[in-house]
Design a protein around this ligand. Structure first.
Ligand code: ADP
Ligand code: MG
Length: 379
């Protein structure tokens, strides 16, 4: 239990400091603000941004560290969760022991340090997933949804906060790129083409599907490829990748043993006044109504748990087709982070009929807010 031992070395005063910072007020940032601030970056601005992060990051990180210590059902004691908690405490300590940022040199050292923090936290999602899976095994399967609600709410807050922290760090680090690609302001692409991102994400999902099933249905993307708006391509890629993987799996499972040709998945990109909406439609048979309320929870998956076959997390392959039950809830958080949302509408049906006109399936609606004026959600 290396994680436990490490914890003993955290001093009492550090934990008191965590408590103190964890009760301070967080400050949100909007997409528009990041765009405007990032497009006039001078040394002075970089120092100001670093000073802001020096105060803001420990507040956000301390809140998560505190929550990680007080989870229900003994979740806090799971080795995987202890490991994550220690990453948060280490990062808090690194930030708090960094001296005041006064000049360009300090700013550069600070940037290196927060970049290392970002790397330290790279595997938080699969590690948390492992902890939650360990808990799932212990829990009485009859435990009702209300009991699990606490854990679900916690994970929603936890991952939302992580998205924000990584966005702030990533944005700051990227501003130091001496040759930024055109129209890039840190992580933000001022002229992102959603059609292009959807195509790339679909191809990535198809290759995972090919590897897993030996074949992959077609994915057709409809919409104007020249249409662009400011957004974070990484975020959109992740969301479409997860949605398309789900659709590919549904279609594969339904048509695997059939002599019919698997119907293509259709992605439609529509630009409205308020939202850019991306609809992912499949004819994979849909989701039973009894499962629908649970698809956005972190414990629900109808796929075999990939961790069962992997002895330790070091070998866990995050790009698996399905099985963690994290794809939908995490994608919805990414959408909400910038004021958007994700909805799933499904029509169930498996009947073997020959009429091509009526095939049941799932529609996922991904709404991305166009204006980016909404403040970061701050759990
Ligand atoms: P995972 O894919 O790891 O199981 P997700 O959060 O992505 O986790 O999806 C949760 C569950 O929702 C899936 O296991 C599946 O049962 C159901 N689901 C999601 N999308 C679809 C879809 N397009 N068609 C049928 N079922 C779906
Ligand atoms: Mg999935």
């Amino acid at each position: 239990m290396a994680a436990k031992k490490l914890y003993d070395s955290f001093s009492k005063s550090l934990l008191e400091e965590v408590q103190r910072w964890g009760s301070m007020k967080q400050t949100g940032v909007s997409l528009r603000y990041m765009l405007e601030f990032g497009s006039r970056f001078t040394d002075r601005n970089l120092i100001l941004a670093a000073q802001f992060l020096h105060k803001e990051l420990p507040i956000r990180i301390a809140r998560r560290a505190i929550e990680l210590q007080s989870l229900p059902y003994g979740l806090s004691q799971k080795p995987a969760i202890l490991k994550v908690r220690d990453w948060y405490l280490d990062s808090f300590r690194d930030l708090r022991s960094f001296p005041d940022i006064k000049d360009k040199n300090d700013e550069q050292d600070f940037t290196k340090m927060i970049n290392l923090i970002k790397v330290r936290h790279n595997n938080v999602v699969p590690t948390m997933a492992l902890g939650v899976q360990q808990l799932k095994k212990d829990l009485d399967p009859k435990l009702d949804c209300k009991d699990l609600d606490d854990i679900h709410q916690f994970l929603d807050r936890f991952y939302m906060s992580r998205i924000g922290i990584r966005m702030l760090i990533g944005q700051h680090v990227a501003m130091h790129d001496p040759n930024p690609p055109p129209d890039r302001i840190g992580y933000i692409h001022a002229k992102m083409s959603p059609v292009e991102v959807a195509r790339n994400a679909s191809e990535d999902a198809r290759s995972v599907c090919l590897r897993e099933y030996g074949s992959a249905p077609e994915v057709n993307v409809y919409g104007d490829p020249d249409f662009t708006f400011p957004y974070v391509p990484n975020h959109l890629h992740l969301m479409v990748f997860e949605l398309v993987k789900n659709s590919l799996r549904a279609v594969e499972e339904r048509f695997m043993d059939s002599d019919k040709i698997a119907p293509p998945i259709r992605i439609i990109v529509a630009d409205g006044l308020e939202d850019v909406t991306i609809k992912v439609s499949d004819e994979g048979g849909g989701i039973p109504r009894s499962g629908l309320p649970r698809i956005f929870t972190y414990l629900y998956s109808t796929a075999k748990n990939p961790l069962d076959e992997q002895a330790d997390l070091g070998t866990a392959d995050v790009a698996t087709m399905a099985g963690y039950g994290f794809g939908l809830p995490i994608s919805r958080l990414y959408a909400r982070y910038f004021g958007g949302d994700l909805q799933i509408i499904s029509m169930e049906g498996y009947e073997e009929d020959n009429s091509e006109s009526f095939i049941a399936g799932t529609d996922a609606y991904l709404h991305l807010s166009r204006l980016g004026d909404s403040q970061e959600p701050l759990p």
